[in-house]
Design a protein around this ligand. Structure first.
Ligand SMILES: [Zn+2]
Length: 263
């Protein structure tokens, strides 16, 4: 069996398993209360309990118009952050729904490791709201890919789940398979800024069969968390090398002070 058919089959099997799990969860939800993904208290409906919801830190203007880093005071129109000037990114603009903190970390972990796929539509809605200006000019969404080995272990890609939710809300299609992670990178957690950049160097590639879906297109990368921006920068470089017209970035949660905070 050719490898590509094997991969397509395994993807289909995984999708079927995800659907089955979602259906099972929906059935269980009728009998069991859902838990708040942050504090584990029972909640009515889905998502966060009112206390955790009130602590969630949405990012609104004023922020750096390039990187979306929130400003503590309004420096006036068109002023960019220190980060955008000192270390210009390959991507054009980035927007994030919320600051990365205890609450948003709990949501990301619940989606990623806790089988709470039901959180994706809500998180995608918030990202779509934060990125509506970027989505209005976008041809397609590109989820940050996992290496196939990690995808195999985790069974689904959380960025693809978020991209699907954003697509459903905005109508912007997903360019599936536009980008591949060809190098199994180590987890970025605990690495310094320069180590992160080195870790993702050469990690992403646009496969030959996807070049037509990328060339000349205005693309929006989707990921769950942004810390140093090294991962999305690596992705944007690969897409631009393949001829993308421009690349923007949409993130669920961003570290508001990437120089000092680590996850
Ligand atoms: Zn809670």
């Amino acid at each position: 069996m050719p490898a590509s058919i094997g991969i397509a089959l395994s993807t289909r099997v995984k999708r079927a398993a995800d659907l089955l799990r979602a259906a099972l969860r929906a059935t269980l939800d009728l009998a069991l209360p859902t838990l708040c993904p942050a504090c584990r208290e029972p909640v009515e409906g889905r998502g966060l309990c009112p206390a955790c919801w009130s602590k969630l830190s949405f990012i609104t203007r004023p922020y750096c118009e390039r990187l979306g880093i929130p400003f503590v005071y309004d420096p006036g129109p068109g002023i960019l952050s220190m980060e955008a000037i000192a270390d210009p990114a390959a991507y054009r603009r980035a927007r994030a729904a919320v600051r990365f903190d205890d609450i948003s970390r709990a949501l990301v972990h619940a989606l990623k490791y806790g089988d709470r796929l039901d959180l994706a539509p809500m998180m995608g809605r918030w990202i779509g709201h934060a990125g509506r200006e970027l989505l209005a000019e976008a041809d397609a969404l590109v989820p940050v890919p996992l290496h196939w080995r990690r995808l195999w272990a985790r069974r689904f890609n959380q960025s693809a789940m978020l991209a699907a939710a954003i697509s459903a809300e905005s109508g912007v299609p997903i360019a599936a398979g536009a980008l591949k992670r060809v190098k199994p990178t180590v987890q970025q957690v605990g690495l310094s800024r320069s180590e992160r950049a080195l870790n993702v160097q050469g990690a992403f590639r646009v496969p030959a069969e996807s070049k037509a879906a990328v060339a000349g297109r205005r693309l929006v990368l989707v990921d769950d968390v942004l810390t140093s921006g090294a991962t999305v920068d690596g992705c944007a470089r690969a897409l631009l090398r393949a001829g993308a017209a421009n690349v923007d970035v949409l993130i669920f949660a961003r570290v508001a002070d990437p120089m000092r905070t680590s996850i």
